[in-house]
Design a protein around this ligand. Sequence first.
Ligand SMILES: Cc1cc2nc3c(=O)[nH]c(=O)nc-3n(C[C@H](O)[C@H](O)[C@H](O)COP(=O)(O)OP(=O)(O)OC[C@H]3O[C@@H](n4cnc5c(N)ncnc54)[C@H](O)[C@@H]3O)c2cc1C
Length: 434
Amino acid sequence: MSETYDAIVIGAGVIGAAIGLELARSGRRVLNVDRLPAAGYGSTGNSCAIIRVHYSTLDGTALAYDSYFDWKGWADYLGAPDERGLAEFRDCGCLVMKTEQNGRLTRIVDTVSRLNIPFEEWDADRIRTALPIYDLKRYWPARRMDDPAFATPAGGQLDGGVYFPTAGYVNDPQLASHNLQRAAEAAGGRFLFNRTVVAIPVANGRVQGVELDDGTRVAAPVVVNVAGPHSGKVNALAGAERDMTITTRPIRQEVVHVDAPDGFDVARSGMVVSDSDIACYVRPETGNHILVGSEDPECDPREVVDPDGFDRNLSEQAITQAYRFAQRVPSLTVASRPKGVVDLYDVSDDWIPIYDRSCVDGFFMAIGTSGNQFKNAPGAGRLMARLIEHVENGGDHDARAMPFHLKHVEHTVDTATFSRRRRVNPDSSFSVLG
Ligand SMILES: Cc1cc2nc3c(=O)[nH]c(=O)nc-3n(C[C@H](O)[C@H](O)[C@H](O)COP(=O)(O)OP(=O)(O)OC[C@H]3O[C@@H](n4cnc5c(N)ncnc54)[C@H](O)[C@@H]3O)c2cc1C
């Protein structure tokens, strides 16, 4: 293979595939290359795929709300069929508990109000009506299970939360990536699997394309790093990390699956819940299961690992998360050897992604997705396609960040929020919540 493309996207996860789709729609001859056998087989495949609209920054919130409309109208957004069928967005809503840790959500409520995002204030009685299995005793701070005070109530009760109806989850994140692949192909894009990018030649300050592990060279004036947890390794191939103030690292994560308590029908009554009092987020799963993820409390290890060799077995962390959730749901039964998944977040210094160009002309990056950007794939695809067009037409994005007008939401994103050269954003949650 010695073809030439207008753009090469490294990675075919949900964001890589969405960028491939938008570049193809903009008329570019684009190739997505992935080292794995199919789209969405990397960290995307193990994503909880929660779609929610609350983030710590205005621009992060706006991007998430914009993409919500694409998930809601997935078939229309894709505009192309998939022989495997389409992933489904389950709009069960998301409840976020009000706690001291999240400032009782005053800033979040202010942000979503500015964007006209619908929300409801729920008091404790309303929460108990919606989730009768919940006990609202307070437990903060989160603890490890070997702490003698683990699961000891801290006194008092949670007294409310904010419910967002424009939220839910995608039932099959791998299929969603395949849907994006098929839509990109229908728009003229191409996908190459089982090929690893091993070198990224640069001449006179401009990227020349990529070299693959079978020795072939593919030429293109634009290359986009969407390599997920391999983002740092791929940036290093191009020498693109030189001027970055924000860096990325692969952090190991566990998500545990628990059975819903008897009598609780997850499909009918389940919803996404973010509960910083017990440092857990949960979402419904088929088979009357509940997925329990961590909201990254300080007592938990942040395990930076090699993306090419890490332990994929569940550890005590999974059981800890299950028992933290059992504090809220006392009728929960925790298996001694629970099921779940282990995968990697590509975490930036402030847990906010980087959607930017690089110091190498023609080399762009959509990385540092920090466990919270599955939902933003459609918006990130549009943002990156627009950014590439802007920069390749001479726009000096480093001197003046390109304004980006959202498709579904009346808001212009200040793309400096996602710059590789930004300062660490002190407003961030510094967790998966972004
Ligand atoms: C356990 C878990 C739970 C999550 N839950 C949520 C959630 O509920 N909601 C949410 O919004 N987000 C969530 N996320 C985050 C979300 O899944 C990611 O932000 C998103 O999937 C990233 O997509 P991507 O396309 O950037 O990367 P990936 O899916 O990681 O894809 C990167 C691809 O690049 C390929 N690649 C890497 N290096 C090379 C190379 N040298 N050559 C060729 N190919 C290469 C890899 O094979 C891989 O397929 C979660 C993540 C995890 C791990």
